[in-house]
Write a protein that binds this ligand. Structure first.
Ligand code: EPU
Length: 353
């Protein structure tokens, strides 16, 4: 299998914020042999390697001096293990498979558990890096293990769920294994009978007036409908979903903030976490700092969901990445000044301006 290495490749079509950074070297790998060759090429040319999935959680703040490896490993396999609990199936998805397509594929085959994660942009490999989560379910609830290749040695290794060190929008791949490996496949344990999880208030509210029994497909469609009503489709308006994590603050700080700051009488919302800390919706904080719909150069805060920054890509003289990051910094400063809360950027920021 030949491997084509391109030089000075524009990455605009490869990231959902549509930032026009270039990669000094670029290749697409669709099997292990090509991946081996790509790593060998990088080694012999002294290039760093940057794995790239759908680019839906990435801010390319500068050009990439190195080899961008676009992961196009495809395939789905049912794992034949004897120790799988009854009523479940272990399914291995190759890293390049599109997340939402795999949600629909699983539903069609009667493999349940992914419905609440419908319509999340991105692919299988990247889903594990940020431990994608929505509507009361996180990938870590379903992941059994994954395989990855060490970028330095080229060796393939397996990590169990525990070894991935998952937490809210976090994993070992954002910490000690950052930039050190490329995820090749992910094994999920799905249920063979429907699992209806309406724990998330917005989802429960959606079905309030329904009388008939719910199916997993109805839940998936509801999640798609809620997401479409709030979140811009990256194909129509460039974005990376939530730009900030929802901050988790000590209960004492939350109590201090309740009812304290706002002229409009709105009370700060919060969701109690295990251990008593409180998760505050960053979108609410950004909205109450009056940023909803605000523009800065080509960047903007989405008008329906203040947690999403978008690239309008309509100011030719602008540096779009700089506009996005400057706007993010202005928001962080104001939220800290008004609420004393640090907002952490959620997507991966590559390079600095
Ligand atoms: N809110 C506002 N104004 C806004 C946005 C939100 O006041 O502009 C407040 C409301 O009080 C609302 C609450 O925030 O009730 C929660 O909003 P929503 O249900 O839309 O969820 P979120 O906290 O903004 C998180 C995830 C989303 C995920 C949804 C649903 C993070 C950083 N974001 O958003 O994930 O889809 O919950 O589970 O945890 C993503 O990671 O890219 C993403 C879209």
């Amino acid at each position: 299998m030949n491997l084509t290495i391109e030089t000075n490749k524009c990455l605009q079509a490869y990231n959902s914020l549509a930032l026009a950074a270039t990669a000094s070297h670029f290749c697409c790998v669709s099997n292990y042999q090509q991946l081996e060759k790509a790593l060998a090429f990088a080694k012999s040319n002294n290039l760093s390697v940057m794995p790239l999935g759908a680019g839906s959680n990435l801010v390319l703040a500068s050009d990439v001096e190195g080899l961008v490896v676009y992961v196009d490993l495809l395939g789905v396999m049912v794992t034949e293990e004897t120790d799988i609990p009854e009523g479940h199936v272990d399914v291995t998805f190759c890293a390049g498979e599109d997340w939402h397509e795999m949600v629909l594929y699983s539903l069609k085959r009667g493999w349940y558990g992914l419905e609440n994660l419908s319509l999340i942009p991105g692919n299988m490999g990247a889903a594990a890096i940020q431990n994608i989560g929505a509507y009361g379910v996180e990938l870590s609830d379903l992941l059994v293990s994954l395989k990855a290749v060490d970028l330095e040695s080229g060796e393939l290794f397996t990590l169990t769920n525990h070894e991935c060190q998952f937490s809210y929008r976090d994993s070992v791949f954002k910490q000690s294994l950052k930039d050190k490996c490329l995820i090749t496949e992910v094994t999920l344990r799905l249920s063979t009978s429907p699992v209806i999880n309406l724990a998330y208030p917005a989802l429960k509210g959606y079905f309030l007036d329904r009388q008939e029994p719910l199916t997993a497909t109805m839940v998936s469609e509801a999640v798609c409908s809620i997401r479409r009503s709030k979140l811009p489709d990256p194909k129509e308006l460039a974005n990376v979903g939530s730009f900030f994590k929802n901050p988790v603050i000590p209960a004492t700080k939350f109590i201090e903030l309740q009812g304290k700051h706002l002229d409009d009488g709105a009370d700060i919302p919060g969701y109690e976490q295990d251990g008593g800390a409180v998760k505050v919706p960053a979108g609410w904080l950004v909205e109450h700092c009056q940023f909803k719909g605000v523009r800065h150069g080509s960047a903007g805060v989405h008008k329906h969901q203040a947690l999403v920054l978008v690239n309008y890509n309509d100011c030719p003289a602008s540096n779009n990445a700089k506009d996005i990051l400057d706007l993010a910094a202005t928001i962080q400063k104001k939220v800290f000044a008004d609420f004393g809360i640090d907002l952490e950027i959620e997507p991966r920021v590559y390079g600095f301006i």
